[in-house]
Design a protein around this ligand. Sequence first.
Ligand code: NDP
Length: 510
Amino acid sequence: MAQIIPDGSNGPAHGAGFMTSDAGRPVGDNQNSMTVGPRGPIVGDDFLLFEKMAHFNRERIPERVVHAKGSGAFGTFVCTSDEIQKYTTAALFQVGKQTPLLARFSTVGGEKGSADSERDPRGFSVKFYTEEGNWDMVGNNTPVFFVRDPLKFGDFIHTQKRHPQTNLKDATMMWDFWSLAPESLHQVTILMSDRGTPMGYRFMNGYSSHTFSLVNAQNELFYCKWHFKSAQGIKNFMADEADQMKATDMDYSQRDLFGAIEKGDFPKWNVKVQVMSEADSKTYHINPFDLTKVWPHADYPLIDVGVMELNRNPVNYFAQIEQAAFEPRNVVPGMGFSPDKMLQARLISYPDAHRYRLGGNYQSLPVNAPQCPYATYNRDGTMALGDNGGASPNYEPNSFGGPVQNPRYTERKVNLDNPVMGRWDHREHDGDYYTQAGNLFRMLGPDGQKRLCANIAGSLSTVPERIRTLQISHFEKCDPAYGEGVSKAVDAALGTAGMKAEPVGELVNA
Ligand code: NDP
């Protein structure tokens, strides 16, 4: 892509404001194709036409398989408390220190052109450009997830996409999977509650959901979960408002975020962390590495860390948001991972997806590159940007003064408890899918519970009875009132269903 410098300094032949081809050749006529006579055919000499058409044909890159529809902005993180220094040496956590960042929010299941107000979890990703490399906090607006073994991730996502035959979103696929994978109950309850349809991205919280680790100056290990609490407060669309918004403004969340920042109303999130000692992680009654569970606040209170503010819109959506590549493996010294199986799969899967979508040099794109000095021996590949390491050595060790390792940053050794390899069945070790989903149900209060049951029934009433019955039996185990509420709401929905057309998904799958 030709970079035209407005003052014309990129080429004496061009002059200020004049157009060129991508190769820099001055363009004399950008209005008329080159033809044989005024009514004649186009000729192969028309370098400009064929370049424009060929580039246009290549404008789309593969959209993300999940989180395709998104919005983002730049901003700053300011550390406001030194308490976290007890747990980590990460350099960004010095009181008053400002770290530039990029945040991207998204829906999950829909395509790039889908509506922003769909009932769906929301992605909540932040790239902190720290002085020790990029820290990517790649989370969601929910503290848990539908599955806890990555082997089931692709199966689950297929149920959120289109039916292989009808090419329609299909409630039967979703409830069939969820009813057979009851570890999903906690996240399903959040999804079907008011928080399933946030009023844009400014009014929702973000969570790492996964458990990560921290290492302090004494080389002690802690586990942690990150929380980003909206300073704007939580605001959600009611189900009918969300449906209405799909018809009124499919891009509501994009418009809301961009517009707020444009007028100087900068959204903020209070960044907090829950911390668990390594010793506790071995004895706590909840598996701390189970992505379907939260750590109750009463046991692990939130510790203040700082404030994230978004204050700068992208100037080019494609370059800065579409090409942004977040990946949970990007942690900085003083941070690490955990045995959470879902996290471990994401450490491999995210860079793999970026290589497919953006190419092997995706980390060199300006929006993804670190803003601190960096020096690797990786070279070449499609679209090697910049000088590709110039004449410096491309192997290590070398005797020509190339960069060397710094033992100070060697990862802390981790003691694994049960080093016996196998396909361990998580259901045998923890079959409690119900307690935390029930806790959430009880916390919602009568009105919230009523809306939750109605939201579930709107979808569950359209699926075959055997699937409905199994799913309602799971809700009953969370709380008898939950089962009864959904059951009654389904009956009410079925009572009025005679007035409606039969849903296509049910006909195909029943
Ligand atoms: P607490 O009473 O200490 O925490 C409840 C938390 O739930 C609140 O602090 C708030 O977290 C969140 N919450 C409040 N209203 C709603 C709502 N309408 N929908 C969803 N979440 C809401 O109890 P526990 O820590 O034992 O958690 C009880 C249940 O709350 C959990 O089973 C879980 O479903 C949910 N929850 C728990 C979180 C945690 O990290 N412990 C985080 C979020 C939800 P926030 O300010 O983060 O929204």
